[in-house]
Ligand binder design. Structure first.
Ligand SMILES: [Fe+2]
Length: 274
């Protein structure tokens, strides 16, 4: 377990821009923890909200630069890239003028989140429009949106449209309760998940350590290739704007309405065939 290397596409280590690290020391404590756990690459994903504006943009770029310089000075061997976790709203396309909207400004992959309590209107249309623009949306922690727990078909439709799925490590280890945990595992077993990420905010409970623990937890249900894809290869490819690989879908885990599922699976398989 100690030798495993990690690439993390979701955490809040840039200080003073959201509810993550509160100052440069807190940022450095997070980076030191990541380095000690063999994290090779971290993608900063501070929250972009409806309040995001040019001032936030300048502050984010400035604070990220300070963190990067401090990490170099401390000779921390962790590569740092910038992106954001964009909150879904009618303003979301406005943010694509900022360099942090896509992973390391690669013009392709981006992370977005939904409200925790209600599924808003227009998510499908947003995914459709993003794909038309050549962008690839990655939905952050869908297992945390409890309104999706009995609407897995809704999530499946988003995946069919080309939206990728990122599961939180904390959900896998039970930090958000048992229903979130079992939905996270269901998404992984069904083959719908593409990434697992830490969503680290600090060095205690919501920390980089959860990613290491989640990988360990998943060794009982996934083989080494699958773990490598979820925790290394897909994160690396998303940062490098290369292709992210989906898993084969496992019908038995996509339960509830079997006939409907069979039809949807067949149509998705046909669409994905080279
Ligand atoms: Fe987050």
């Amino acid at each position: 377990m100690g030798k495993t290397q990690f690439i993390d596409i979701h955490s809040h280590f840039v200080f003073g821009v959201d509810d993550g690290a509160y100052d440069l020391n807190a940022s450095m404590a997070m980076l030191e923890q990541a380095a000690s756990l063999n994290f090779k690459t971290l993608l900063a994903t501070p929250h972009a909200t409806e309040l995001t504006d040019d001032e936030f943009n300048l502050q984010l770029l400035n604070h990220f630069k300070q963190v990067k310089e401090a990490a170099q000075k401390e000779k921390l061997h962790v590569e740092l890239f910038l992106a954001a976790e964009m909150f879904f709203s009618h303003r979301i396309f406005d943010w694509f003028s900022y360099s942090w909207s896509t992973f390391n400004n690669n013009g392709k992959y981006f992370l977005f989140e939904l409200p925790l309590f209600d599924l808003p209107e227009g998510v499908g249309e947003f995914i459709f429009q993003a794909r038309l623009k050549g962008l690839v949306p990655i939905l952050a922690h869908p297992e945390r949106y409890r309104y999706l727990h009995d609407k897995i078909d809704k999530l499946f439709t988003f995946v069919q449209q080309g939206c990728l799925i990122q599961i939180n490590a904390g959900s896998i280890v039970g930090q958000f309760g048992s229903s979130v945990q079992s939905f996270a595992l269901k998404l992984i077993k069904s083959g719908m998940a593409h990434f697992v990420a830490s969503d680290a905010h600090e060095t205690e409970s919501r920390s980089y350590l959860t990613l290491v623990q989640a990988r360990e937890e998943l060794t009982s249900i996934l083989d080494d290739n699958a773990l490598h894809r979820l925790f290394w290869k897909n994160p690396l490819n998303a940062i490098q704007a290369a292709e992210v690989h989906s898993f084969d879908l496992v019908e038995e885990h996509l339960m509830s309405k079997p006939d409907k599922w069979k039809k949807m699976l067949r149509s998705l398989k046909n669409r994905l065939m080279p």
